[in-house]
Design a protein around this ligand. Sequence first.
Ligand code: ADP
Ligand code: GLC
Length: 506
Amino acid sequence: MSDSRPRKSLAGRTPRLGVLHIASEVAPWAKTGGLADVVGALPLALDALGHRVTTVLPLYRGMALPGAEIRPLEITLGTRRWRGSLHVLAQGARRRVVGVDVPDWYDRDGLYARGGRDHPDNAERFAGLAHAALDFAQHDVDGGRIDIVHAHDWQAGLVPALIRQQPARWTRVARAGLVMTIHNLAYQGLFPKDVVSRLGLGWDMFTLAVGEFWDQLSYLKCGIASSDMVTTVSPAYALETVQPECGFGFDGVLRAVGDRYVGILNGIDTSVWDPASDAFLTAHYSADDLTGKRQNKRALLDLFGLPVGDDALARPVIGIVSRLVDQKGCDLVLAATEQLMQLDATWVVLGSGDSHYETAFKILAGRFPSRMGVRIGFDEGVAHLIEAGADLFLMPSRFEPCGLNQMYSLRYGTVPVVRAVGGLDDTVRGYAPRARRANGFKFRDATPEALLRTVRQALRIYHRTDPWAALMREGMSEDHSWGPSAREYVKVYRQARYAAALRWAE
Ligand code: ADP
Ligand code: GLC
């Protein structure tokens, strides 16, 4: 759809945009994965470019006490009504974070699930988030104009759909450019179609052109179909997801979006992930002086109850920090464990997720107590220490929309070993004897053999001082900060505004 491209005269230079982000996770307030890191950091980068940004997220159990109440909230979905309030969680000159406090929905254990089972009212909880964000936008007079509404993942997918459905109700955002970002196509927000009437969504949302997906309602499809621009989190994943093999059934939907679908590589928050100042580390270090990295290695081994003698310190440590789910290739690691455990390396694993993977890793730690340390759970500080203390970082993902840990690893001089998919393929340049500017190791086949071969190769190079130092240096010298990617988002915002203007001109 080439007519949605901004022409110079119309798009021009957009001075300050007002952007409203809606997401189910935002670091440091609520986090289960990379979504939180991204929605935490992108607004900072947009702010640095001069734009005004408000971010709306649910106020979950255990989050720090909210700041001032903005106003009470009453949300009606179908015939039921919920009460709550909107709170300021953080406020700067151009940036605000707003929490949606509806205790019936969010004051419980688990953001999306408890004991491995999705909360049964997730359809209500995230339709409610969309309504709360729109209600906030409609009544917010302090924040100035909203030019862009930017929804993240299925949990915010109803936001653009509701705006398109009820422009007369949501007048303050009706003409805004609508942007939907897909962080992971595997999570589609699918619900039985009775939610349409139960939540009063209107059957016009349950059409093939909007949210109907194999006789269910998909919140993600609602968002994709209703937005002016759709983005995902790496160029490679954008290419992969328009193919039937990697599209999770959405490839046709995304092909139909055409060139309004764009891949923008995530950045990392270099103020939070910086080995020279990271508050979670035992010692700070930089590419110029790596002594601190060895101290972190000792602290890491110690923390995991592993040997810390000279032999152990000389042996490479391979780190894993991951949601323990199929996506992350846990099965490939487990299928290769007998051979992996014979290698001269120590393993440190932090993760939580599917109980069969949690159990399998715990069993391994029990069998190889001096070679494998395992922590099941979510621990931000330990994640940072692994990035700093490990020598290699393994991410054998079956698919990976972007992946942040490989970029944290690069910055921490911890050489990544990855499968060549999605954002991992975009950010890691695999080692080969004469390859220039390699920063890690990568393999293509999703097999235990390919994984094993590549880990073996990495360990051989680890013992060769010069090529290993070159790998570390290369990674540590790279710039993965948000600046360039935030500028890409601003381009997308301009295109979205233009597309919205066209919609209204029709
Ligand atoms: P995904 O979002 O698919 O889980 P990413 O690589 O984009 O993968 O981001 C994962 C983020 O979550 C990183 O910041 C990583 O450090 C963090 N993380 C994942 N599992 C844990 C854990 N068990 N404890 C602490 N942090 C974790
Ligand atoms: C998702 C993806 C991950 C990506 C993150 C942030 O959780 O699985 O690859 O880095 O979102 O965009």
